[in-house]
Design a protein around this ligand. Structure first.
Ligand code: ASP
Length: 601
């Protein structure tokens, strides 16, 4: 029978009681995580967000409470009143913070019942129900202590960010969500206007333009934990809406931003008991791509840097390599320590893996008791030994080799470096390896439509020394666009890009040139960004900033590979909320009010 709470109040949470509390009379409330019956004794594990406390109900001492305890099923909501008693030595549970004690209940109140759950909450990781089912019943999945701990860490991290940013003199300013497109390289989510027929708002991909306008407005040091909306293909570390610590500062130098972010990271990592070494090492983009094949290298992985074999193969008559090299491509490889023992199966799997990143083939050398290599026939034994030596491979090692366009060679070897490290367990647990990546290219070429796009966003300033190059590129030498470097920087920790930002363009003429470089006519630039170009003309201070993904950072802290583990109400990979069943249809009246018609194809 369900009873009322009336004025009954909890005295403690389910995670609070210790042996020092023995003798106290307490009232606990929570969910029945487990019930065990032993004739006249019934045990209930009572759970709330703080922990679990064992309740014992004894038929002889509390017949009424015992009868009620017998009715209790999993996830019933209960209040238990009774005395805290020390458990017998052999009955203590060292796995529970409250495991030295239990409550001898004198009274039990059933506050609510619960249907049988669609899945088990205390299953082991491997036995957990499918994620789709858990997302549909997110309110149940969230009762799991693992997810509760992640959300608690999230809360503490955001609290720490707020404290730190305030201490550093930053002011929190909220920017609107119903705006015009802010380009960050994804599609916009758009919202139709009811009062302005045929017009649409775009949800911010980031508050970028607004935070720059805050600088023009003299608001100086700005920050916000901002919600961002990006309609893009989802990956394990992406969600259509997410939060970021968004920062902007007037008269900023890159050094000031680096120091600010390093200080912040150090504070945040203290929350998990880690002392992060500052300053972080710095690498420019060209260097990380050359050495690690990635603009977010995982520096926890020992060595396995990319080795270039192009010059050793300059004279090769082996067709595939000769044609790659004559087309300006590269032949590079990585040494896998102990890799001589890689099986055929492993090599086949790694080949398939590399192909996902555009590699046409994966060649290999194994320095086992005998030399073996997929290249022996093509290059001859001497050349293969040469290459292995050049790579610095020792007896017992393996070498994995990719040839092709330099972007493909980097992408596939960079990914292989991570994959091999994962398979071979080369990544030490509990290690955190932060770094800065600087001087990103300003533009990147997209082959599909044959034009340049901003690598960061169009408000990023070129490096001072590359401005002449930029002017030449805009004036017709378009092949130079790919060489211009930007004052852009990313913070990377353990192979995850946790923050990214830049020093901005504060001159209207330079901003106009960038829009032009991106293929926008003056009219197009005015239509999209006229308000911003105007604002730039009214005394814009030099400024710069950065944004750091809250979820990405938490994924490193927890750690987890699944972004949904660090959000309360995430969406699926197909951008759906399975719990509330969104996106959904709207009724005809709403469509009419919004001046919209659905066209079926
Ligand atoms: N607006 C950028 C982003 O969201 C960050 C920045 O440049 O500050 O990635």
């Amino acid at each position: 029978m369900i009873e009322n709470l009336n004025n009954l109040e909890r005295t403690h949470s389910c995670g609070a009681l210790r042996k020092e509390d023995a003798g106290q009379c307490v009232t606990l409330m929570g969910w029945c995580a487990r019930r065990r019956d032993f004739g006249p004794l019934t045990f209930i594990d009572l759970r709330d967000r703080d922990g679990i406390t064992q309740i014992v109900v004894n038929q002889e001492k509390a017949a009424n409470a015992h009868a009620k305890a017998k009715e209790v099923r999993g996830e019933y909501v209960l209040a238990a009143i009774g005395e805290v008693v020390l458990r017998d030595k052999n009955a203590r549970n060292p796995k529970l913070a409250t495991g030295d004690v239990e409550i001898q209940a004198t009274e039990m109140i059933i506050l609510n019942d619960a249907r049988t759950l669609p899945f088990q909450l205390d299953a082991s990781d491997e036995a957990l129900a499918s994620e789709d089912l858990r997302l549909k019943y997110r309110y149940l999945d969230l009762r799991r202590p693992e997810l509760q701990a992640n959300l608690r860490l999230r809360h503490r991290m955001v609290l720490e960010i707020n404290r730190y940013m305030d201490e550093q003199g930053f002011m929190q300013i909220e920017t609107p969500n119903l705006i015009k497109s802010t380009p960050e390289g994804a599609r916009d989510y758009i919202v139709p206007s009811r009062v302005q027929p045929g017009k649409f708002f775009a949800l911010p991909q980031s508050p970028q333009i607004f935070k720059q306008i805050c600088m023009i407005a003299g608001l100086d040091k700005y920050y916000q934990i901002a919600r961002c909306f990006r309609d893009e293909d989802l990956r394990a570390d992406r969600q259509p809406e997410f939060s970021q610590l968004d920062v902007e500062m007037s008269f900023a130098t890159p050094e000031q931003i680096y120091e600010l972010v390093e200080g912040l990271c150090a504070r945040i990592f203290r929350l998990i008991g880690v002392k992060l070494q500052t300053p972080f090492p710095r690498f420019n983009f060209a260097e990380v791509m050359r050495r690690f094949g990635s603009d977010k290298p995982d520096l926890r992985i020992p060595a396995m840097e990319l080795q270039d074999f192009s010059s050793a193969l300059a004279e090769t008559t082996f067709g595939p390599y000769a044609s790659v090299l004559s087309a300006g491509g590269e032949v590079k490889g990585i040494v896998v320590s102990g890799g001589a023992s890689m099986s055929r199966k492993t090599l086949d799997e790694l080949q398939e893996f590399a192909k996902r990143y555009g590699a046409t083939a994966l060649a290999w050398i194994k320095l086992g008791d005998e030399l073996s290599s997929s290249l022996l026939k093509a290059l001859g034994t001497d050349k293969v030994i040469d290459i292995a030596g050049l790579a610095g491979a020792q007896k017992g090692d393996g070498v994995l080799i990719v040839a092709g366009k330099s972007s493909i060679v980097a992408a596939s070897l960079g990914a292989l470096r991570n994959e091999v490290a994962r398979r071979e367990n080369l990544i030490p647990e509990g290690l955190f390896a932060p770094l800065w990546v600087t001087d990103f290219p300003m533009f990147e070429f997209h082959e599909d439509d044959g034009r340049y796009y901003s690598m960061h966003h169009p408000f990023t300033s070129p490096l001072d020394e590359d401005v002449p190059l930029f002017e030449r590129a805009v004036n017709g030498e378009t092949q130079l666009f790919g060489e211009i470097r930007a004052k852009a920087y990313d913070t990377v920790i353990n192979g995850v890009e946790v923050a990214g930002g830049s020093i901005r363009i504060h001159r209207r003429d330079v901003q106009q040139l960038v829009f032009k470089a991106l293929g926008m006519t003056d009219e197009m630039a005015r239509a999209r960004f006229g308000f911003f170009l105007d604002a730039l003309a009214y005394g814009t201070p030099p400024h710069g900033g950065i944004a750091s993904g809250i979820e990405r950072t938490l994924m490193v802290l927890v750690p987890t590979e699944n972004i949904r583990d660090v959000m309360a109400f995430p969406k699926t990979a197909s951008a759906q909320d399975l719990m509330i069943d969104a996106p959904g249809e709207v009724d005809a009246k709403q469509l009419e009010e919004l001046h919209l018609k659905i066209v079926q194809d």
